[in-house]
Design a protein around this ligand. Sequence first.
Ligand code: PNW
Length: 477
Amino acid sequence: PESAQPVTPVTFPPAFLWGAATSAYQIEGAVREDGRTPSIWDTFSHTPGKTAGGETGDIAVDHYHRFRDDVALMAGLGLTAYRFSISWSRVQPTGRGPAIQRGLDFYRNLVDELLAHGIKPAVTLYHWDLPQELEDAGGWPERDTAYRFAEYAQIVGEALGDRVEQWITLNEPWCSAFLGYASGVHAPGRTDPAASLRAAHHLNLAHGLGASALRSVMPARNSVAVSLNSSVVRAVSDDPEDLAARQRIDDLANGVFHGPMLHGAYPQSLLTATQSLTDWSYVQDGDLALINQPLDALGLNYYTPTLVSAAASAPAGPRADGHGASAYSPWPAAEDVAFHQTPGERTEMGWTIDPTGLHDLIMRYTREAPGLPLYITENGAAYDDKPDPDGHVHDPERIAYLHGHLSAVRSAIEDGADVRGYYLWSLMDNFEWSYGYDKRFGAVYVDYTTLERTPKSSALWYGQAARTGALPGVESV
Ligand code: PNW
């Protein structure tokens, strides 16, 4: 017999949201339709050598034309929430000026379809697809980009604020700043550590300005949040040098964003560590107060923990920080830090499976932001899924991953955390950025020839959890 099922079911609060997440460039396709203009991801993915196999989001999974079917699929599974992002250049093609109504209409129709099926929408304004014209004007290292974001936030807030309650300004600004401008594995592909720190500040400013723009045009009941890929950073030992390395990476991964957002200041240790790269003089009077707006919720994206030591105690070998193959580090001013592979089983991304990291992350932000409701806005795993000859797609590894991580969420709630919902990454297989289409994160399988969708066994398992508010056993589907 298989291992015994747990005797006590793992149950969740009745109002807990069971969601799935996606982002515009990863699923929509239709990149030249209805007035949309290129974003930095169109440019990047069309630049030879930047993505696996030269793959692009030109068609992606054609969600732009299939959104009604996709909503029906979610409803059929039993999901109660859906997090998606808006393509800025579909709404405001040059990143400035008046909105294109056809662009807004697409999202209005999507939201209405979700609401008609009893699915709660959560809108992410920025999931990495900056209009190319704004990058041509300097991109996130330039202050003006933050003002442009605020204008865009106001446009979308006015258009959808009457029907969308949950708003997320930015998705994972760490990736935008440091994968985009330091290691260059994400668009726009720049490798300038000083510029990446400027980008981080202007992303923070965009969050602050965007949050107040949203609030100025939306009903007060709506919730404004940000999604951080807050890393769980662990040191290989308690030696002071290893703990100092841990602090450095924690500052660069987390403190650089949650410092100003939650506490109104950059960590002093970050300012000191980066002083050879930047004097932070672009942080103007009043910026920190703007960034430090009260939030209504905090979104946490979690995949795997980060393990570091001082460089002196690191074994020689390739970089093991899991952030792609660039020769350039995404960690400015951290040459004296070494990254290690956390022991244990890994997913297809090479990311170690460790649900204790999710528990630790939730408890950390429960302390860091007392009273702030938390959402897990992304969590999931890539596996090399293939349909059986009978057409079924069995993904027991993903079920085990979800079971482990949702159990960790549940235990954090028992430990006093206020976690209100969970969004599985991702609803369906999609364009996994520089990895192209071969990393499948979906609970729903997509055949890239026919674009046909087939729920994997994990989707059925997760749907059952959503419908019952309790985790089924891992062998139950
Ligand atoms: C997140 N890293 O990306 C994104 O929000 C999603 O769009 C993406 O598909 C998903 O996680 C899976 O990768 C990340 O290098 C990309 O640490 C890279 C990193 C983290 C998150």
